[in-house]
Write a protein that binds this ligand. Structure first.
Ligand SMILES: Cc1cc2nc3c(=O)[nH]c(=O)nc-3n(C[C@H](O)[C@H](O)[C@H](O)COP(=O)(O)O)c2cc1C
Length: 165
């Protein structure tokens, strides 16, 4: 069967290797949920802004589109199970014991980096909502990271650990 333009776009962009993150937020009654995201991009240094794109088709659209404060957890090489789990709405719930509050935003205990954000702006773009976040706080530690390339998970070693710098 011929590849559609959309399939070719997805396959082409799949050659752009990314890390894998979980964006997390708390809703009514303190319910916490996460969604696997690889569209994370830094936008501005002054002020510190980043963005991610939320699909309109997502069962979790309303929840994340409305969130004013949210966290980003950059997954480590050992966190593939979490990436798979938060890619499904059925397993989106974050239990109290696996979350930490970071500058008022929920983040996962796991991961190599955490960013707490407040929504700065939202822009509709095609079938996604671009959510721009102002950085409230952030922290990072060394270690290998989870990657996503050509539709498959992998890992990248920390080059600073290899070189000893
Ligand atoms: C590696 C990976 C990266 C993803 N990145 C995004 C993303 O940037 N934005 C998004 O809306 N969904 C992204 N998704 C899809 C969501 O995690 C989720 O699977 C999708 O929204 C469908 O589930 P839902 O309808 O329950 O939300 C990604 C999924 C995977 C596996």
């Amino acid at each position: 069967m011929d590849e559609t333009p959309e399939q070719l776009f997805r396959r082409t962009m799949g050659a752009f290797a990314t890390g894998v993150t979980v964006v997390s937020a708390a809703g009514a009654g303190g319910r916490m949920a996460g969604i696997t995201v690889n569209s994370l991009t830094s936008v501005s240094l002054k002020p510190r802004l980043l963005l991610w794109c939320l699909g309109y088709e997502s069962a979790r659209y309303d929840f994340f589109a409305a969130a004013e404060t949210w966290g980003v957890t950059v997954l480590g090489a050992d966190d593939e199970a979490a990436a798979r789990r938060f890619a499904r709405a059925e397993t989106e719930a974050i239990e109290l014991g696996e979350a930490a509050t970071f500058a008022g935003a929920p983040v996962l205990q796991m991961g190599v980096a955490h960013v707490a954000c407040r929504t700065h702006d939202r822009h509709a773009a095609g079938d996604h909502l671009i959510i721009i976040g102002e950085v409230l706080d952030l922290r990072v530690k060394p270690g290998a990271v989870l990657t996503f390339l050509r539709g498959l998970y992998g890992e990248a070693a920390d080059p600073r650990e290899k070189s000893g710098s």
